[in-house]
Design a protein around this ligand. Sequence first.
Ligand SMILES: *Cc1c(COP(=O)(O)O)cnc(C)c1O
Length: 377
Amino acid sequence: MEFETLCIHGSKDNTHNTGAVCVPIYQSATFTHPSVGESTGYDYSRQQNPTREQLEQTVASLEGGAGALAFSSGMAAVACMLELFSPGDEIVASEDLYGGTVRLFESIAAKNGIRIFYADTGKPDELQSVISYKTKAVFIETPTNPMMNVTDIAKVKRSLCGRKLLLIVDNTFLTPYFCKPLKLGADIVIHSGSKYLGGHNDTIAGFLSAKESALCEKLRFIQKTTGAALAPFDSFLLLRGIKTLALRMNQAQRSAGEIAQWLKKQEKIKAVHYVGLPEHPGYEISKKQASGFGAMISFEVDTKETAVSVLERVKLILYAESLGGVESLITYPILQTHADVPEEKRVKLGINERLLRLSVGAENVKDLINDLNQAIN
Ligand SMILES: *Cc1c(COP(=O)(O)O)cnc(C)c1O
């Protein structure tokens, strides 16, 4: 089946022959045993639940993984992945990462004796210089949040030749509709399902999908043991969101391209970071490894005062954290998503008080540009 069809028909109610078109919400904590020592396949919903199972199978088939696991948030998925490692292990990560991931790495992982080193994963030499014999994984976000730096996943995989390392990619921004990291050599893909997969700004969820079934089973054991599984109702919302993933991604991307071009022409806009602009440093790599550029734009205005006034003046576009939903959202990374990133690092990455991040939603692009126009000019 093609991707769009899988989004819609990838899940089925496999427990009853009711003919239900949508997977029902199996709102049950526990399941009876047919007889002693027997199971229906479901024992207790922390372990597995029929609604969540269908969602996990859908995500696995979209990513091309041997399996997938659904979590109660993207951070719960990242935290589960971290449990693969032991004190003394090292992880090398992209230096420009989602702020919550940095917080998890710097506080929880560090406390547990796992050392995280950062590098510009777009530069293989820089990456090699921080890899040691203790390095157990390379963690990539591409395009990065919020600076939209692009890493060539297959190139990183080649540069790790022969090393027994896990290549982990946070694919939240592009989704499997535009990019399939497991096909490019990654071992694990991470998602915040709260973003494009859910797509409606109404649910928090997360996913891990792994290429090999042995790794899936290891992660499943950790999930079952630590317990951050996605609830049945939220699993239903995610299944519902995924049905329109391709439609939403197409619409949002088309609008993002138009908005990026429009922003470039505005006098008060000093820089536009959108991967789909031919002058973006990651444009060619993106064309090679992804079938689309996504719908996230960061842009720099002339002054801090302009940045603040844009946030206060937008009407249709909502000033709120998060991204990837049908409602367009604008955020101020320095005060929100990246408030916990040390200043020195923020300066190096270019996250300043003039930078705004826009998640383009599914509204008509004319309305979005009108709103930006009245807020900026
Ligand atoms: C939002 C986000 C996360 C965290 O996911 P939650 O669902 O908010 O816990 C991780 N990575 C990226 C790139 C994100 O945008």
